[in-house]
Design a protein around this ligand. Sequence first.
Ligand SMILES: *[C@@H]1O[C@H](CO)[C@@H](O)[C@H](O)[C@H]1NC(C)=O
Ligand SMILES: *[C@@H]1O[C@H](CO)[C@@H](O)[C@H](O)[C@H]1NC(C)=O
Ligand SMILES: *[C@@H]1O[C@H](CO)[C@@H](O)[C@H](O)[C@H]1NC(C)=O
Length: 379
Amino acid sequence: MGAVRRSTVAALAALAALLLLLLARLPPPARPHSPPPASANRQVPLSAVHTSPTPITNRTTPARITTTRRPSSSPPQPKPPSIAAAASQPSKPAPLAPADPSQPRPILTGEVYVAGHERPHPELCPALGAKLRLVILITSAPSHRAARDAIRLTWGHYAARSDVALAFVLGAPPAALRPAVEAEDALYNDMIVGRSIDSYSNMTLKTLSMLEWIDTYCPRAPRLLKTDDDMFINVPRLLDFATTHGRTNASLTIWGKVIKKSLPKRTTRSKYYVSPVQFPGRVFPDFATGPAYLMTADAVRPLLAAAPRERYLRLEDVFVTGVLASKLGIARRHVTEFYNKKLALHPCAVQRAISIHMVRYHEQFDLWRKLLDGKTKCT
Ligand SMILES: *[C@@H]1O[C@H](CO)[C@@H](O)[C@H](O)[C@H]1NC(C)=O
Ligand SMILES: *[C@@H]1O[C@H](CO)[C@@H](O)[C@H](O)[C@H]1NC(C)=O
Ligand SMILES: *[C@@H]1O[C@H](CO)[C@@H](O)[C@H](O)[C@H]1NC(C)=O
């Protein structure tokens, strides 16, 4: 009798142990009030980006566009600050609440971006860009007068063409520089000034200001080149590139110097430090480096619409051409001629290049001469 009871007890104990083991292996039940997985937390596997030819738009929340479209024949109207509005919609659940409450809350781009332009210059894009082949927007800082002048005196001359528009894009200048910026712009009428404060860590906001300007004042231009004021751009090569057979019909594409499988710098001493809160992933999505990249016009609006809900990332190229573009299924294509680096300044190299980085004032003139020098024979 006792033996039977003992074996029953042992069997029951074994059963209980088995049950516990099974329970431990089950996934934890979903918390009833936890928000749906935020799109920013979801890493698109790099392999998918590399190998899948189909857009990956459907994996993420579709970018909702809040702007009201005006008829394209009417002159541009100042529009409501769509980015700010999209970010502050009260009904939206906070999408990025971190699981660990001890972690600082990430800052969403929509919380820091100030929409609109204090100097919009709609006249720089006649007919909303319908007759343009290319818009070149050059990010610049209020104090970089010399760099802007070097561009105006050299490759900026292509702004005289009726199929090219060219302008500098600045953030809101500090009070001390405001008179100088106004005087310079009164002279040249080529400085688009946004409303977010101009600073190095606000570079991403400047790029968004640029996209907003295209979307508002120049939506019919087919191609946008984003570049910086320390770049030399070979505009005729760029125009050839953009209109070469096979590229004219491209859609949702960014061309430039594409960096793959780049790792975020996690040491605080790095100039490019990125905290895990700003970017939780292990590897950056493929991105086109910031000094110069070309995009199809149809990429502008989805990028602009998706930006406010994303975690603010100071690295504008990673943010716009990496994080946002990969989520929206915008292709990034590597093009060797976007050197985006300092180059040995041989005339033939200059004539082949589309973009050259780290150009100082006097070098703009040297490169310009080498570009236009009709004597050099290059094979
Ligand atoms: C993806 O979204 C598009 C529209 O955004 C839709 O037409 C298509 O059917 C969707 N595809 C899948 C697989 O859900
Ligand atoms: C960036 O711009 C925002 C909006 O204008 C401003 O509140 C913030 O202070 C700026 N940041 C820096 C570091 O200048
Ligand atoms: C672009 O598309 C148009 C019409 O869809 C077609 O006629 C043309 O041949 C295409 N051009 C190229 C370069 O593919």
